[in-house]
Design a binder for this molecule. Structure first.
Ligand code: HEC
Length: 154
């Protein structure tokens, strides 16, 4: 009985430590990037937050260097989608892409899943990061721009 009690106490402490940590991390990332969201040029803060979102949601297909995978997943370096109209770029992340039209002269057979589960802030940060990494240089994407695009759907 005693041992069982001690065990569940230890387990309880571990669970609370874990949730406290992940809670603190999330809060930190959101707080930091919100204050800079309105600025047009990319800030270090949104670049750092965007890199985290990228590593967790995009890297598996588009790779760490944004180079993609030949014939499967397109690169995110110097493409019309990445550097062009922001509304279309935001739309790709929100709705996914299943067009298989040439991207910089090559066709990619994999399907890009919709990422509408990401928050407006996360999408703004990840696209600001993508537009200013992998040899890209373009203006930041704001939370307001993502919000406007999301509102168009439904
Ligand atoms: C499961 C693999 C997969 C994941 C995960 C994924 N993508 Fe894609 N992405 C693709 C594929 C495949 C295409 C091309 C689809 C087509 O041609 O119809 C694409 C297309 C794109 C494009 C437009 C084409 C280009 O190369 O410029 C952008 C921009 C893009 N993805 C960004 C992202 C971002 C940002 C994330 C993370 C939030 C992400 N993708 C996550 C597979 C993926």
């Amino acid at each position: 009985m005693n041992r069982v009690l001690r065990c569940s106490f230890v387990a309880g402490v571990m669970v609370s430590v874990f949730s406290f940590q992940s809670c603190a991390q999330t809060k930190n990332a959101t707080q930091k990037s919100t204050s800079d969201a309105a600025k047009v040029s990319p800030t270090e803060v949104s670049m750092a937050a965007g890199k985290l979102v990228y590593n967790q949601n995009c890297l598996v297909c588009h790779q760490a260097d944004g180079g993609g995978v030949p014939h499967l997943n397109p690169p995110l370096s110097q493409t019309d989608y990445v550097l062009g109209e922001k509304a279309r770029l935001i739309g790709v992340v929100l709705n996914g892409l299943d067009a298989h039209e040439p991207i910089n002269d090559e066709v990619y057979s994999n399907v890009m899943p919709a990422h509408n589960f990401l928050t407006d802030q996360q999408i703004a940060d990840v696209l600001t990061f993508v537009r200013n990494s992998f040899e890209n240089k373009a203006s930041a994407v704001s939370v307001a721009e993502v919000k406007a695009e999301r509102a168009k759907k439904k």
